[in-house]
Unconditional design. Structure first.
Length: 290
């Protein structure tokens, strides 16, 4: 199986040699950060993002916003202007703007600054303002967490390989919660004080119970209903383990089949074993490998 290459932290297919000297210098500072100006830029960006997210969170506290609303809005505009400048610099230094604009972080950066500018035209509620927290995802790039993307590929491949098993499992769970919801509705409907007033509400209770969340907003009152709850809760622990086992099994298979984890091929003639996984002849003595 060919391992897909995923890199959402850099714009795709950028040829540095095609850039002008100024663009190349900016690209190295903004995207690569392998020199002192680049590290300073990343540190400043990290601090700015953190402060911006703190401001967004403080704006959601009513008492703080009422007393310091003007200061918070001013800071938000300052951060938005800084992020806008950064966004334009990133578009400029990649040479081909589409490569960055339509990359994952290009879209995130755009969504993070749009809500503030929309306030010129429409009233933005607190719900839409939360989109600005997307800026925090930029920290993944600053801390170079993209270097660990290969480990993420292993999980993605495992999920993809087990998709049919997971689909069957989810179908079975869907059937169970519908049946359990209908059954408890039938049992509890004889009680005039029952909280199970409809089958959809009973299905909601079954989902909450089988996932062991247990909000407690709906509880059965009859002995039979309580017995069904106990059975469903105990079953929930076993059900939660099933998808974990499926995905874990696929991860183990992918690790075993990976070239770096395959057993070494040993030459019968000279006992040399430092061969590539697809080698057909010994690189030391030339003998054919089995």
């Amino acid at each position: 199986m060919i391992k897909p290459k995923i890199n959402v932290f850099m714009p795709a297919s950028i040829d540095i040699q095609e850039l002008s000297p100024r663009q190349r210098k900016l690209y190295r500072i903004i995207f690569q950060a392998d020199n002192r100006p680049g590290r300073i830029f990343d540190l400043a960006l990290l601090i700015t993002i953190t402060l911006s997210v703190v401001v967004i969170m403080l704006e959601s506290v009513k008492s703080i916003y009422e007393s310091h609303g003007l200061l918070l809005r001013t800071l938000e505009w300052i951060f938005t202007i800084l992020f806008s400048i950064e966004y334009l610099l990133r578009i400029y230094c990649v040479g081909k703007p589409r490569k960055y604009i339509f990359s994952l972080f290009g879209i995130i950066d755009l969504l993070a600054i749009i809500p503030t500018y929309l306030t010129f035209f429409i009233t933005i509620g607190p719900g839409l303002n939360v989109i600005r927290i997307l800026r925090f995802f930029r920290i993944y790039n600053i801390l170079k967490l993209g270097n660990f993307v290969d480990s993420g590929n292993v999980i993605m491949l495992a999920l993809h390989a087990s998709r049919h098993k997971i689909a069957v499992f989810l179908t079975a769970i869907f059937t169970i919660v519908i049946f359990a919801g209908g059954l408890v509705y039938f049992v509890e409907s004889v009680n005039p004080d029952s909280q199970f007033t409809s089958i959809p509400k009973s299905i909601y209770w079954a989902i909450v119970t089988i996932t062991t969340v247990g909000f407690g907003d709906i509880v059965p009152l009859t002995p039979i209903g309580q017995f069904l709850s106990a059975i469903l809760m105990i079953s929930g622990y076993a059900i939660i383990a099933v998808p974990t086992g499926i995905v874990t099994s696929e991860i183990v298979k992918s690790n075993v089949s990976a070239p770096q984890n395959r057993a070494k091929i040993k030459c019968k003639n000279c006992d040399f074993d430092a061969h590539d996984h697809d080698a057909q002849f010994c690189k030391k003595c030339g003998s054919e490998l089995s």
